[in-house]
Design a protein around this ligand. Structure first.
Ligand SMILES: [Mg+2]
Length: 211
């Protein structure tokens, strides 16, 4: 195994970025409900993403940035990423969330590769459109393949860690998958399941794969 690919929202951070942006835009209640259903695999993922981002239309970039500055790391995230680095792994974030938060989380944790969507802007405000390569349920599979190819490794040499229905295609294509406080629909595809809210619990699982 050569690379660990992390989901971001509700995996490396203890929040859903889009829900925090929605709260800042005054549409929190509507968006939180859609997010929950999307992550349970009850909705068409792409349509649900576009609907939620559409509700953010008009939010100023400044307020969006401010909302993303206070996103909390998941307990144990720092220790897990540090341990992965010590074991010689490359690290990546592959998220259907947005660069506005992913870039910062990647920098804080020292992640090697950060791949996320962008929120379109015009005149200092969000237009309500999402742009990027991660806008459908199966997008993470293609992005994983591209990333692995770019790094000269095989997807079977990647460990993936995630929590939601949008991680299913990531799990199916990786060599080993860990469901972290995950929705039931994702656990079915996992090689290992962690149900405690502390990412340090993942370290011994990775050490065991190494042996
Ligand atoms: Mg997630």
């Amino acid at each position: 195994m050569k690379m660990i690919v992390f989901d971001m929202d509700s995996t490396l951070i203890d929040a859903e970025t889009i829900d925090e942006l929605a709260a800042a835009a005054g549409v929190g209640d509507r968006v939180i409900e859609i997010t929950e259903r999307a992550m349970n695999g009850e909705l068409d993922y792409g349509a649900a993403l576009r609907e939620r981002v559409g509700l953010l239309k008009g939010l100023s970039i400044e307020r969006a940035r401010h909302a993303c500055e206070s996103l909390p790391l998941m307990p144990g995230a720092r220790e897990l990423v540090d341990a992965a680095r010590r074991m010689g792994y490359q690290t990546a974030i592959v998220t259907c969330g947005f660069m506005i938060s992913a870039r910062r989380i990647g920098e804080i944790l020292g992640i090697d590769h950060v791949i996320a969507n962008d929120l379109a802007t015009n005149g200092g405000k969000l237009t309500g459109e999402v742009v990027g390569n991660l806008t459908e349920a199966d997008s993470k599979a293609r992005v994983l393949k591209d990333l692995a190819h770019q790094c000269g490794i095989d997807t079977s040499e990647c460990i993936t860690i995630g929590d939601g229905a949008n991680d299913i295609y990531l799990f199916v294509n990786a060599g080993y998958s860990i469901a972290f406080n995950a929705k039931p629909v994702l656990k079915e595809y996992a090689d290992a399941v962690v149900d405690q809210k502390d990412m340090r619990a993942i370290i011994p699982i990775i050490e065991k794969i190494e042996k």
